[in-house]
Design a protein around this ligand. Structure first.
Ligand SMILES: Cc1cc2nc3c(=O)[nH]c(=O)nc-3n(C[C@H](O)[C@H](O)[C@H](O)COP(=O)(O)O)c2cc1C
Length: 207
């Protein structure tokens, strides 16, 4: 039975673009896996605490390790990990960083011959107010995608795909008014990409 770990981090609730796209992925995923399981975490509503020394150095049955064990096991149970990761000040929300700090465990999820999450698919929806594409003035300043490629891809061994709804501030910022059509097409393309990727991953998992 397929399991999806779905994590949202935007604090924008119903106005969130990343949440709209993760929801589109999840809806398509659930249609493909009616008997499947979805584990959901909303890190904006219920953030995990910052990692502290007691939890970092604890292990096994130590109570200080309990939350880390829970978060790691959720990720290990998942066939696919779906992350909403809006760009906040050029990088990921601190709530997502806190989750990563808990899940990174030397000898289990990383820095070992067979990291426990290796080979799983991850889908990251990284909404942003501007655009960081090649040819734009902000190209090179996106510390979401390059960081998550490193953290999820190199550190955990996940196979990561990105969906990027961009220019989301265009409807609100007068200086960006001319970019509204590009924002609208990015939103439409992101929703469609989420749906088709969910279906594609379902086929791959069934194979
Ligand atoms: C705290 C904060 C910091 C932000 N920093 C950036 C930024 O560095 N670059 C950018 O393009 N947009 C930035 N934005 C805009 C968001 O990336 C944009 O509103 C995006 O749509 C947020 O994702 P969401 O719609 O899922 O909430 C920021 C927004 C907030 C709230």
């Amino acid at each position: 039975m397929a399991t999806l770990l779905h994590i949202d981090t935007s604090f924008n609730g119903e106005n969130s673009h990343s949440r709209a796209v993760t929801a589109a992925f999840r809806k398509a995923w659930e249609a493909e896996h009616p008997e499947g399981t979805v584990i959901y975490r909303d890190l904006a509503a219920e953030p995990v605490p910052h990692l502290e020394a007691a939890a970092y150095y604890a292990g096994g049955t130590d109570p200080a390790f309990a939350l880390r064990a829970e978060l790691i096991e959720e990720a290990e149970r998942a066939d696919v990990i779906l992350l909403g990761a809006p760009m906040y000040n050029y990088t990921i929300p601190s709530t997502l960083k806190a989750w990563l700090d808990h899940v990174f465990l030397v000898g289990r999820t990383s820095i070992t011959e067979n990291p426990s999450l290796a080979g799983k698919r991850a889908v990251v929806v990284t909404s942003r107010g501007g655009s960081y594409r090649e040819g734009t003035p902000q190209h090179g300043n996106d510390y979401v995608e390059n960081y998550l490629r490193l953290a999820l891809g190199d550190m955990f061994g996940l196979d990561v795909s990105f969906i990027t709804p961009e220019l989301t501030l265009a409807p609100y910022v007068p200086a960006m008014a001319g970019l509204v059509p590009l924002f609208e097409s990015s939103r439409t393309e992101s929703l469609a990409a989420a749906e088709s990727l969910a279906k594609e991953l379902a086929v791959q998992l069934a194979a």
